[in-house]
Design a binder for this molecule. Structure first.
Ligand code: GLU
Length: 376
């Protein structure tokens, strides 16, 4: 396979993990960050814009307390306290590497999921870029517990790329890119310079058993690439421990793995439904309904529903699956009816809704505009 070139870009989100910020679990170091900072500075000099998504707050907090080690086995309150302690050090550390002002942006999953907060984050980031500053984003670990957490900065970086309307996501890791198998375990593992579409086959290559090469491991990097490419953002996985790889990227070469942006990206709304909203339950449909959704661009009607899973409410995001053996995910969408009401109208014609429920806010269950088809 020929090595692809880096597609033209004008605004990049660069994600840097703890393994690069604080190698050897010794707190913040500049070893790997200098080439990354050089890439950003050089890109800015060419009139391009960049944002950083940086991990390392917990690692910096640990070092501040004079402790070394990977920070595994910490309780959630401990991690949150250490992140609070380390975050200003992380910012100060990055600031030393740039001649421009660095702005701290701390986000939670909640901020990305709720429309009003999302818009605020978007406006602030746009303003920061307008002012020529370098926004540096991390998860707001102090307030983000389990259900409010994105959890890993790979996925956070993909969300940030969407919020910032970036056209490139660069994930700096400590491997040379995506391999057909774990190169540490399998001598036949082949490096993939380019991935056209993120299919189940790609996920199989990095299955959960894959060694965690950084905080999130390879799986979260592929998830992040899927989120970004679905939104029309080219995504690059590059080895941030190799300075010359970053320099090559700066020259428009492609030293790692390029995940090409989707040819037909999802609209902001559909992307939000598919990737930002939590899945509250499942609606099982018959083959006819599945075909109508997939091939005719139809809305989901109660008549095609055969079963329900979960106690979801009106306005929740649910998965639509086809009845049959094995998982057959058809779509994800926002339901106009909660599970309790749906139980009473499933299998019935739309005109019967009002009669059964004593009112019908909609004659469909999921409107086509609120429905995102997923690959089979
Ligand atoms: N937010 C965490 C930190 O800065 C790291 C999360 C991650 O690396 O995925 O320490």
């Amino acid at each position: 396979m020929n090595t692809p070139e880096l597609p033209e870009w004008s605004r990049a989100v660069v994600k840097v993990g703890s393994a690069l910020v604080a190698p050897d679990d010794q707190g913040c170091r500049t070893t790997h960050l200098l080439p990354i900072a050089r890439f950003i500075t050089e890109s800015r000099r060419q009139g391009k814009e960049a944002l950083l998504v940086s991990s390392g707050a917990v690692a910096a907090g640990l070092a501040e307390e004079g402790r070394s080690g990977p920070g595994t086995g910490l309780s959630i309150p401990e991690r949150q306290a250490l992140a609070a302690l380390g975050q200003p050090l992380l910012m100060a550390h990055w600031r030393r590497l740039f001649d421009v002002s660095c702005a701290q942006v701390l986000l939670t999953y909640d901020d990305l999921q709720r429309r009003s907060r999302f818009v605020n984050a978007k406006n602030t980031i746009a303003e920061l870029l307008d002012r020529g500053t370098l926004p540096i984003v991390n998860e707001n670990d102090t307030v983000a517990t389990e259900e409010l957490q994105v959890g890993d900065n790979d996925n956070l970086a993909a969300y940030v790329a969407g919020v910032a309307e970036a056209d490139l996501l660069v994930i700096c890791s400590d491997v040379d890119g995506l391999y057909t198998a774990d190169p540490h375990d399998d001598p036949d593992a082949e490096h993939l310079p380019e991935v056209e579409a993120i299919t189940d086959e790609v996920y199989d290559m990095v299955g959960p058993s894959h060694r965690a090469v950084a905080t999130g491991g390879m799986q979260t990097k592929v998830e992040a690439a899927e989120k970004a490419t679905d939104r029309g953002i080219d995504t690059v996985l590059v080895n941030g421990t190799k300075g010359h790889h970053l320099d090559a990227l700066g020259r428009g070469e492609m030293p790692g793995t390029l995940f090409r942006r989707a040819e037909r990206p999802l609209s902001a709304r559909k992307h939000w439904v598919l990737h930002a909203l939590p899945t509250a339950g499942r609606i099982v449909v018959d083959q006819g309904a599945a075909d109508a959704l997939r091939h005719e661009g139809a809305s989901l009607l109660p008549s095609g529903i055969v079963a329900l899973e979960g106690r979801f409410a009106r306005g929740d995001a649910v998965e639509v699956v086809r009845r049959g053996d094995g998982p057959a995910r058809v779509a994800k969408g926002i339901t106009q009816y909660g599970a309790a009401d749906l139980e009473r109208i499933q299998g019935r014609q739309s005109h019967a809704i009002a009669e059964v429920l004593g009112g019908a806010p909609a004659d469909y269950v999921i409107h086509r505009d609120d429905l995102v088809l997923v690959e089979e």
